[in-house]
Write a protein that binds this ligand. Structure first.
Ligand code: SF4
Ligand code: SF4
Length: 86
């Protein structure tokens, strides 16, 4: 008999599995401090930092896990972390 405890019946990637629910803190940005170095995009392990000409840097909170790497790597100190509201 096979042991089934902890088995993942339907494996998937982070594209399928929205990981934003794991977050206890979330990043916010002060656009006036952003120097558009794009370190935040390069370093985010979940590709959750986005950029558009219209909005500038913004976050995809469906996939941001709140690790804070973007805030640590931000050259302009434009990104800061706040507690997630439940
Ligand atoms: S907190 Fe972590 S997961 Fe969320 S946007 Fe920043 S680097 Fe990406
Ligand atoms: S790392 Fe900071 S300064 Fe650089 S693009 Fe991102 S928000 Fe702007």
């Amino acid at each position: 008999m096979k042991l089934r405890i902890g088995a993942i019946a339907d494996p998937g990637t982070s594209i399928v599995n929205r990981t934003g629910g794991w977050r206890s803190e979330k990043p916010l940005i002060d656009h006036s401090l952003c120097i558009r170095c794009f370190n935040c995009i390069l370093y985010c392990p979940d590709s959750a930092v986005k950029y558009s000409e219209k909005e500038g840097i913004y976050f995809d909170y469906d996939f941001c896990k709140g690790c804070g790497i973007c805030a640590n790597e931000c050259s302009g100190r434009a990104i800061y972390m706040v507690m997630e509201e439940k």
